[in-house]
Design a protein around this ligand. Structure first.
Ligand code: AMP
Ligand code: MG
Length: 348
C-alpha cells in the first residue's frame, strides 16, 4: 500500500480525502497536541480491527475514542457522569481522557472487549477538523508500532507505518509529547489510570474532592495488574537496553561515567539521556540533551524523539538521568521507566 503524506496547517484545512478514508473504514494517522494518533471510525468494528493489525497491538488493549464537541459524548457513552461535564469544561479540548460506560454504538472491537469507553477531545485543529468532516467519533491509539516510542512527528509515524496505512496527516512536531492523562469515572472515587500533562492536583481542584492513582502506576514493580490494560505492556521501548540512574546530580554523572567505562572495556557502546546542564560532563558515545532541567515541558516534548534517535545510532546500552520534575514529573518518569523496563539504579 502506498502511504500518502498530506501537510496540514494550523488554520482551516480541507481534509476531504482523509475523511473519505475514515468513512470508508480505513486508517488515517493524524496529529494531536499529545502524540500522533492512528484513527479509524470508532463505530465500525472492522475499521477498529485494522488499527490492531497495523500496530501489531494486542487485541485486549482498548482504543481511546476522540470526539470534537461535548454533545458527541452522548453518541459514545452509555452514562455520562456529572463529573465528566466539570472536567470537560475545565480541560477539553485537551490532554485528558475519561473512562465511562460505553453505549451500544461503540463495538467491543474498539474497547478491547470492555463495557467501558475511554473518550477525549483533542486540542488540535487538524484532529478536530478530521473528526467533524468524517462525521463519526474516531478511535485512535498512538500511531506507532506496538511497543515502540509514541510518535511526536509525522516522520516517526512513517518510520513505523509507511506501506501499512493509506494516509498520514503531517501537522509538524506535537506540542506536549506525552500521551493524555486517563481518569476512570466508573468507580466511587475517580482514579488516574495513566499520569499525563493534566495532574492529580488539577483534577482534584476541579472536582473539589480526592482523586486516586491506580496503585499499579505508582509501584510498577508490585506486580499488580494496571486498570488501563495498555499500561501492563512494555511500552515506549528503544531498541537498546536502557537504565535510569537516579540520585544527586553529581553522583549520577559520576555513576554513568563509571558504567560507561566498564562498557567500553567490554567493547560496548553507550548512550546518555542528559540535560543542557550536564551533557558536557559525559564520556559516552552518543549524548542527547533532553533540554534544560527546569523546563519540564521541553523534557516531555523531546523524550520520545530522543528514544527514537538512539535507535538510528549504534549504542547497545542507554543510561538516562532521572526527571522527577515538580508538575509533570510523574508522567515523564512513568514513560521513562517503562522504556527502561523499570530498570532503575539509585546512587547515594
Ligand atoms: P494509547 O492511545 O496507545 O496511548 O493507548 C490507550 C490507553 O488507554 C491504553 O493504556 C488503554 O489501556 C487505555 N484505555 C483505553 N480504553 C480504556 C478503558 N475503557 N478502560 C481503561 N483503560 C482504557
Ligand atoms: Mg500507545
Amino acid at each position: 500500500m502506498q502511504t500518502k503524506i498530506i501537510k496540514v496547517g494550523t488554520g482551516h484545512t480541507d481534509l476531504t480525502e482523509a475523511a473519505d478514508v475514515i468513512r470508508g473504514g480505513g486508517l488515517v494517522a493524524f496529529p494531536t497536541e499529545t502524540v500522533y494518533g492512528l484513527g479509524a471510525d470508532a463505530c465500525n468494528p472492522q475499521a477498529a480491527k485494522k488499527i490492531y493489525t497495523a500496530k501489531g497491538r494486542p487485541s485486549d488493549n482498548p482504543l481511546i475514542v476522540h470526539i470534537a464537541q461535548w454533545n458527541d459524548l452522548f453518541a459514545v457513552a452509555g452514562e455520562v457522569p456529572a463529573e465528566a461535564k466539570r472536567l470537560a469544561d475545565a480541560f477539553w479540548p485537551g490532554p485528558l481522557t475519561m473512562v465511562m460506560k460505553k453505549n451500544e454504538r461503540i463495538p467491543r472491537e474498539t474497547t478491547g472487549g470492555l463495557d467501558t469507553v475511554a473518550v477525549r477531545m483533542p486540542n488540535h485543529p487538524a484532529a478536530l477538523a478530521l473528526i467533524c468532516q468524517s462525521g463519526c467519533p474516531i478511535a485512535a491509539p498512538s500511531a506507532n508500532t506496538s511497543g515502540r516510542p509514541s510518535p511526536t512527528e509525522a516522520a516517526h509515524v512513517a518510520a513505523d507505518l509507511a506501506g501499512k496505512i493509506p494516509v498520514i496527516l503531517d501537522g509538524g512536531p506535537v506540542g506536549i509529547g506525552i500521551e493524555s492523562t486517563i481518569i476512570d469515572l466508573t468507580e466511587e472515587t475517580p482514579v488516574i489510570l495513566r499520569p499525563g500533562y493534566i495532574t492529580k492536583e488539577m483534577l482534584s481542584q476541579t472536582l473539589l474532592r480526592e482523586v486516586a492513582i491506580d496503585s499499579a502506576v505508582i509501584a510498577p514493580e508490585s506486580g499488580k495488574i494496571p486498570k488501563a490494560p495498555g499500561m501492563k505492556y512494555r511500552h515506549y521501548a528503544p531498541r537498546a537496553e536502557m537504565i535510569v540512574v537516579s540520585g544527586e546530580m553529581q553522583k549520577v554523572v559520576a555513576k554513568i561515567n563509571e558504567l560507561t567505562d566498564k562498557n567500553h572495556a567490554n567493547g560496548r557502546k553507550t548512550g546518555v539521556i542528559a540535560t543542557d546542564e550536564t551533557k558536557q560532563f559525559y564520556r559516552a558515545d552518543q549524548i542527547e540533551s533532553i533540554g534544560a532541567r527546569e523546563d519540564e515541558d521541553a523534557i516531555a516534548r523531546h523524550l520520545y524523539r530522543i528514544l527514537r534517535d538512539f535507535d538510528t545510532g549504534d549504542v547497545q546500552i542507554i543510561y538516562s538521568e532521572s526527571f522527577a520534575t515538580p508538575r509533570i514529573g510523574q508522567a515523564i518518569m512513568n514513560r521513562l521507566l517503562k522504556a527502561a523496563g523499570n530498570h532503575e539504579i539509585f546512587v547515594s
